[in-house]
Design a protein around this ligand. Structure first.
Ligand SMILES: NC(=O)c1ccc[n+]([C@@H]2O[C@H](COP(=O)([O-])OP(=O)(O)OC[C@H]3O[C@@H](n4cnc5c(N)ncnc54)[C@H](O)[C@@H]3O)[C@@H](O)[C@H]2O)c1
Ligand SMILES: [Zn+2]
Length: 338
C-alpha cells in the first residue's frame, strides 16, 4: 500500500508499506479522501515538530470504507462507509468532568499518532461514525471541519432570527456561516481576501470586506442598531479581536474558534458595558458529528463549492507547496486510492 510521511523540513515522501491486519478493537479503513487542514499546513511548516513523531503519516479529515474488522469490534462490518472523529480520549479522568473531547490528556489522531493520508488506516473502533450508504465520500471528507462548525454554532446557542457575524471566511469560517444560516440566523461574513469574499458570495453567503466598509456601521444598518447577537472569531488575528467586542450587541455572545497561540489584548471594558459573553469552542462532540453527517448526507448546502481541488496521494509534496503559494483556495482533498 501507499502511505505518505512527513519527514520535517517541509518535506513529504510517498512510501510503499505492508497492509497491516487490525489489532483487537481496531478496524482497517480503505481511505477514500483526506482533506488538508490548516493544522496539517502548520505541521508542514515545522511548527509542531516537537509533537509529531517523524517520519509520521498525518491527516485527520477523512472518509473511507471499512476493509477489515479486528477482534472484539461490534457494530461495524466490512463495506461500511465511515468517518473518524480523531480524538483519542482513552486517558480521560474524573476531573475532566465527562468532557472527553477536551480532556486534559487528549491525543489527537493524525498529529499525536498516525493519520489518514495513506491508502489503508488502522484505527480504534471507538473513533468511528457510520455514514449512510448514500453519503457521498468526497463530501464526507468535510465532516470533520464541518463538525467544528456544528459544535461552534451549538455552543453559541444561536437561534433563528438572530444575527451572526463571522470574522474570517476561511474554510472553518464559511462552514460556520453555512451552519449558522441553516439554523435560520442572518449571517454576515467579514473577510479581507477578495477572492474568498467572491467565493462566499458565490455560495449564497453575505460577505463584506472590513477594510472597505466600516463593519460596525454596516452591521448596525443591517440590524436596526442592535448589532450582532453572536460573533464567531474565526480569523485568528488582532483586528478581529479588536472588532469582535464592537460588532457584538447588548448581551452578545462571542465564540472563540480561532487558535491564538499567544496572549493578545482584548477590550474587557466592553464585556462589562454590554454584558458580553466569551465562549470557547474546541473541536467537537459525538452529537456534532451526527449533525454534520446528516447535513452532508442531505447535501442541501453548498458543500461541493468548498472543495477547490482533488489531488492524488502521490502529489502530496506539490499539494502543500501549492497551498503555500495560493491563499485563495478552500479545501484540497487527497484522493487516497490514487
Ligand atoms: N476551535 C477549534 O477546534 C478549531 C478547529 C479548526 C480550526 N481552528 C482555527 O480556526 C481558525 C480558522 O481556520 P481556517 O482553516 O478557516 O483558517 P484560515 O487562515 O484559512 O482562515 C482565516 C481567514 O481570516 C481572514 N482574515 C484575516 N484577517 C482578517 C480580518 N481582519 N477580518 C476578517 N477576516 C480576516 C483570512 O483572510 C482567512 O481567509 C484558525 O485559527 C484555526 O486554527 C479552530
Ligand atoms: Zn482539521
Amino acid at each position: 500500500m501507499k502511505a505518505t510521511v512527513y519527514k520535517g523540513n517541509k518535506t513529504f515522501s510517498v512510501i510503499e508499506k505492508e497492509i497491516e491486519a487490525p489489532e483487537k478493537g481496531e478496524v482497517r479503513i480503505k481511505v477514500a479522501y483526506s482533506g488538508v487542514c490548516g493544522t496539517d499546513v502548520h505541521i508542514y511548516h515545522g511548527m509542531m515538530d516537537k509533537r509529531v513523531a517523524m517520519p509520521q503519516t498525518i491527516g485527520h479529515e477523512m472518509s473511507g470504507i471499512i476493509d477489515a474488522v479486528g477482534e472484539g469490534v461490534e457494530g461495524y462490518a466490512v463495506g461500511d462507509k465511515v468517518v473518524v472523529r480523531p480524538l483519542d480520549d482513552r486517558l480521560v479522568k474524573a476531573s475532566d468532568k465527562g468532557f472527553n473531547h477536551i480532556c486534559e490528556d487528549l491525543k489527537f489522531i493524525g498529529i499525536d499518532s498516525p493519520g489518514s493520508m495513506q491508502q489503508y488506516w488502522n484505527v480504534p473502533a471507538f473513533v468511528l461514525h457510520k455514514l449512510k450508504a448514500e453519503t457521498d465520500l468526497k463530501l464526507a471528507a468535510l465532516i470533520e471541519p464541518l463538525s467544528v462548525a456544528t459544535h461552534d454554532v451549538r455552543r453559541s446557542g444561536l437561534v433563528a432570527g438572530e444575527t451572526a457575524v463571522v470574522l474570517g471566511g476561511g474554510p472553518i469560517g464559511l462552514l460556520v456561516a453555512m451552519v449558522a444560516k441553516e439554523v435560520g440566523a442572518n449571517v454576515i461574513v467579514s473577510e479581507v481576501n477578495e477572492k474568498r469574499i467572491a467565493k462566499a458570495q458565490s455560495m449564497g453567503l453575505h460577505a463584506v470586506n472590513p477594510t472597505k466598509v466600516d463593519l460596525v456601521e454596516y452591521v448596525k444598518e443591517q440590524t436596526d442598531n442592535r448589532r450582532a447577537d453572536v460573533v464567531f472569531e474565526v480569523a485568528g488575528v488582532q483586528p478581529a479581536l479588536d472588532i469582535m467586542c464592537e460588532v457584538a450587541g447588548i448581551r452578545g455572545r462571542i465564540l472563540m474558534v480561532a487558535i491564538h497561540g499567544e496572549k493578545k489584548p482584548v477590550d474587557l471594558f466592553k464585556f462589562f458595558w454590554k454584558e458580553l459573553s466569551l465562549i470557547g469552542a474546541r473541536v467537537y462532540e459525538k452529537e456534532d458529528y451526527e449533525k454534520s453527517i446528516d447535513l452532508i448526507t442531505k447535501n442541501e448546502l453548498p458543500f461541493e463549492d468548498m472543495i477547490t481541488d482533488v489531488q492524488p496521494l502521490s502529489n502530496i509534496q506539490q499539494v502543500f507547496e501549492n497551498i503555500d503559494n495560493n491563499p485563495d483556495g478552500m479545501k484540497v482533498l487527497m484522493d487516497c486510492q490514487q
